[in-house]
Unconditional design. Structure first.
Length: 477
């Protein structure tokens, strides 16, 4: 039988217990301070899934007061789609006595919205409790979602854009190439990765030129400018490409590679060559056709002129406004027709006097035709200017000849059908109508050279100041 402790021993034990109680009380106070001052959401959840204790951060973060949470199942506040996984994780943690970290789910706020929480929890089996810490990660989640969305948009853009996009290191090794880049060069998806840009050059000299170019970029770092070059496809065909590029840099700003946009311009180069050949043939034709061929921009400035009249030079017209280097009569015609061609895209024409050889006046026919670009917009105006002076003179001579013939036929008809007394007056009317004059005389010269005036208008008879006037005017008068 053990001996009873002495009074002194009992007193020492009581003092020790009192000290331990004081320490424990202080520890609990410290824990309470920590519990309430933490910005994270701290709680004790019973193995029955009910809240036993929560700190004030639950109200600050989710809007719930302590009394609104205690005694309620935590699953009441979990987003419906997250409940099953939350129960499963909690069950495994309790059964295995394992610490849970980094588990995420959505928790309902008092206003009905949800916020993302990241959990760290430790079961305490002897007390049938789980101590849990939750951190609000809503903002970071939103940032992650925004980043994912941005990356997805970028991926879709890069993979659907018709231009090739690639990344190279400083040695020219391809570290990335999109679908279009593979398609342009005839490779299957992924085959370009790890290849060298030198492998895409058609010849050894091209490969050396590419390496020299890369070395120059690394050494001198000139501003990025587009490069027109050739690439070798997988099937051995050579294509023309345009490389729009920029530098890749590390976090310290040092160049560690290049980003390139690759555009197949083979068809464009062929079209440009064909267009150049067509323009060459057109200009050759324009130089040798009879009409003057003038091309102006839509402002009326002369771009091209195939030839000029004697006494002029091309410098008198090219680069100058058509409204300032032509005759006043032509300017009137241009002002009335040029807007029709440029604004409506329609052809127009007019005839006007202009400067002929050695700046003499000449008649010209102007035919204006709109020249449209690939977008069906008027890009310039082509004019065919034909010298019709001889034609106009011929037409004028023909009109005069026809008029003379009509007058002669009418006079012959009068001689055959009209009496002598009326004949001269009728003939005079015909002549005055043809001359478009209200005054005149009808006369003839006899064998002695005397002028016989059998008919004259009353006004002229009245105006005549000769003494003894009559219808006979001797030659010597």
């Amino acid at each position: 039988m053990s001996e009873k402790p002495t009074y002194e021993e009992l007193e020492q034990r009581v003092l020790k217990l009192e000290k331990e109680a004081i320490v424990l009380t202080q520890t609990e106070k410290d824990l309470d301070i920590f519990f309430e001052s933490s910005t994270d959401l701290l709680c004790f959840i019973g193995f029955d899934r009910k809240f036993k204790r929560v700190n004030s951060s639950w109200h600050k973060t989710l809007g719930w007061y302590e009394e609104e949470l205690l005694g309620r199942l935590y699953t009441e506040f979990v987003y419906p789609e997250d409940i099953e996984i939350a129960i499963s994780v909690g069950k495994k943690s309790k059964e295995r006595g394992e610490h849970v970290s980094g588990f995420e789910n959505r928790y309902r706020c008092k206003d009905g919205s949800y916020r993302w929480l990241s959990w760290s929890a430790m079961p305490v089996p002897e007390r049938q409790l789980t101590f849990a810490i939750a951190r609000d990660i809503t903002d970071s989640k939103r940032s992650e979602e925004a980043l994912k969305e941005s990356e997805e948009k970028y991926r879709i853009l890069v993979e659907t854009i018709p231009h090739g996009i690639s990344e190279n290191d400083l040695q020219g090794t391809l570290t990335y190439a999109n679908s279009a880049n593979h398609r342009i060069l005839g490779y299957e998806s992924g085959e370009l990765i790890g290849m060298s840009t030198h492998d895409l050059q058609p010849s050894p000299s091209d490969r050396q030129a590419m390496q020299d170019f890369i070395d120059t970029l690394v050494r001198e770092q000139p501003p990025p400018t587009p490069v027109i070059t050739k690439n070798l496809k997988k099937d051995g065909k050579i294509i023309d490409v345009q490389l729009d590029w920029d530098y890749k840099r590390d976090k310290n700003g040092n160049i560690n590679g290049f980003v390139l946009i690759v555009t197949d311009i083979t068809d464009r180069k062929k079209a440009e060559a064909a267009r150049g050949e067509s323009e060459k043939r057109w200009r050759s034709l324009a130089q040798n056709i009879p009409p003057f061929v003038v091309e102006t921009d839509i402002e009326g400035n002369v771009i091209f002129l195939n030839k000029v009249q004697p006494g002029f030079s091309l410098d008198d017209f090219v680069g100058k406004s058509i409204f300032k280097v032509t005759s006043p009569e032509s300017i009137v015609g241009f002002k009335s027709t040029f807007p029709i061609v440029v604004e409506n895209g329609e052809e127009a024409e007019f005839v006007a006097l202009g400067d002929g050889p050695y700046k003499k006046k000449a008649w010209y026919h102007h035919h204006l035709v709109p020249l449209k670009d690939d977008m069906a917009q008027v890009a310039s105006v082509i004019m065919l200017v034909t010298d019709i002076t001889n034609q106009r003179l011929s037409e004028e001579a023909l009109r005069e000849s026809e008029q003379d013939l009509r007058i002669r036929n009418r006079i012959a008809e009068i001689f055959l059908t009209t009496s002598d007394d009326e004949m001269y007056g009728e003939v005079l009317k015909v002549v005055l109508d043809a001359m478009e004059s209200p005054y005149g005389t009808f006369a003839y010269i006899n064998e002695d050279g005397d002028r016989i005036v059998p008919s004259m208008t009353r006004d002229i008879w009245d105006e005549c100041k000769m003494p003894d006037k009559g219808i006979f005017f001797p030659r010597d008068t």
